[in-house]
Design a protein around this ligand. Structure first.
Ligand SMILES: N[C@@H](CCC(=O)N[C@@H](CS)C(=O)NCC(=O)O)C(=O)O
Length: 235
């Protein structure tokens, strides 16, 4: 029996949790945490995630924070049919863990910094924009090599490792103007995963009141704002 509450917002990290919950067909309540209003820094929320970020879940008295640990927790506890995960102790589980950590320690932080400097920053740093977009693309080329020879990241089965990387990669054209045609196997994998009903539903949880097209328009306007600034790098 589960008693799950999801605290989230539809960002690349947030939807990892909602997609996983939807894939596992679990019942859960959702508490929207609009991160632009900083609720995630309030005292009550820090008791659920001391890092003051989304997503987080509670399952009864158990709190779980960090999107990667939420996915592992849900898969280890509730994916008894192994629909979206491999069983602990198997070589495939370690491969799944490796690609999950690749996203948590590499792709997420690097693409997050690329988003910051390209879309949200209050100064323009061409150095930082180039550094983080180049690194994001380098990580995509690692995914490309893997997906050239494997249907999914951990092997022949779609798993939480795919979900974790997918939510970030799918957002790159809209936020960073990265053309996925440069990475054909990654593009095909994104298109395949995007057809799944649980993925389509999870991407909309919680409702932010803005469509994806509106969010992408917002990113475009923010990039134009940065482009209009003078580069602040000192040489
Ligand atoms: N490593 C964390 C990162 C979480 C994270 O950075 N969440 C962002 C949204 S994608 C957030 O809450 N930002 C608001 C803030 O930093 O205050 C995870 O994977 O859960």
């Amino acid at each position: 029996m589960s008693d799950i509450t999801l605290y989230s917002w539809p960002t690349p990290n947030g939807v990892k949790a909602s997609i996983t919950l939807e894939e596992l067909n679990l019942a859960y309540k959702t508490v929207p945490i609009n991160i632009s209003t900083n609720i995630q820094k309030e005292e009550w929320f820090l008791k659920i995630n001391p890092n003051g970020r989304i997503p987080a879940i509670t399952d009864g008295s158990q709190r779980v924070f960090e999107s990667g640990s939420i996915m592992l927790y849900l898969a280890d506890k509730y994916d008894t049919d192994r629909k979206i995960s491999y069983a602990p102790g198997t070589p495939e589980y370690i491969e799944q863990l490796s690609w999950l950590m690749f996203q948590m320690g590499g792709l997420g932080p690097m693409q997050g910094q690329a988003n910051h400097f390209r879309v949200y920053a209050s100064v323009r740093s061409d150095y930082a924009i180039k550094r983080y977009i180049d690194e994001t693309k380098r990580l995509y080329s690692v995914l490309e090599s893997r997906l050239q020879g494997s249907a999914f990241l951990a092997g022949e089965k779609y798993t939480i490792a795919d979900i974790a990387n997918y939510t970030w990669v799918r957002s790159a054209p809209g936020s960073l103007e990265i053309d996925l045609a440069e990475f054909p196997a990654v593009k095909k994998w994104v298109e395949e995963i995007g057809k799944r009903g649980a993925v389509q539903k999870g991407l909309t949880i919680p409702d932010s009141g803005r469509t994806e097209a509106e969010r992408n328009e917002g990113s475009k306007a923010s990039r134009a704002r940065i482009d209009a600034m003078t580069n602040s790098d000192k040489h």
